[in-house]
Ligand binder design. Structure first.
Ligand code: FES
Length: 106
């Protein structure tokens, strides 16, 4: 099972085992990782699942969709590496994935 690490803005690391097919938002909320609320239930409508995924992992997580891009325009602390956790589905290849959380989410 892929192992994903979420690092909050203060540097606290939360490592969880995530079944393939789960989104990064679902995995975080299932494990009570602080800073990811998923208020809209994964409908790409709230941006409370905002995360940063840097290289080399971004190559595995793919590109933002247009709807995701639109939603992220409303998110604080937007960066080129910003993603919505509910729009990234975990694959076997993502074992070891590092996800960082924005300052405003804790
Ligand atoms: Fe609402 Fe991701 S959970 S946009």
């Amino acid at each position: 099972m892929p192992r994903i690490t979420y690092t909050t803005f203060d540097g606290t690391r939360h490592t969880v085992d995530v079944p393939v097919g789960t989104t990064l938002m679902e995995a975080a909320t299932n494990h009570s990782v602080p800073g990811i609320d998923g208020d809209c239930g994964g409908q790409c409508a709230c941006a409370t699942c905002h995360v940063y995924i840097d290289e080399p992992w971004s190559a595995l997580t793919g590109e933002r969709s247009e709807a995701e891009e639109d939603m992220l325009n409303f998110a604080e602390d937007f960066r080129p590496t910003s993603r919505l956790g509910c729009q990234v589905r975990v694959t076997e290849a993502m074992d070891g994935l590092e996800v960082a959380l924005p300052e405003g989410q804790h």
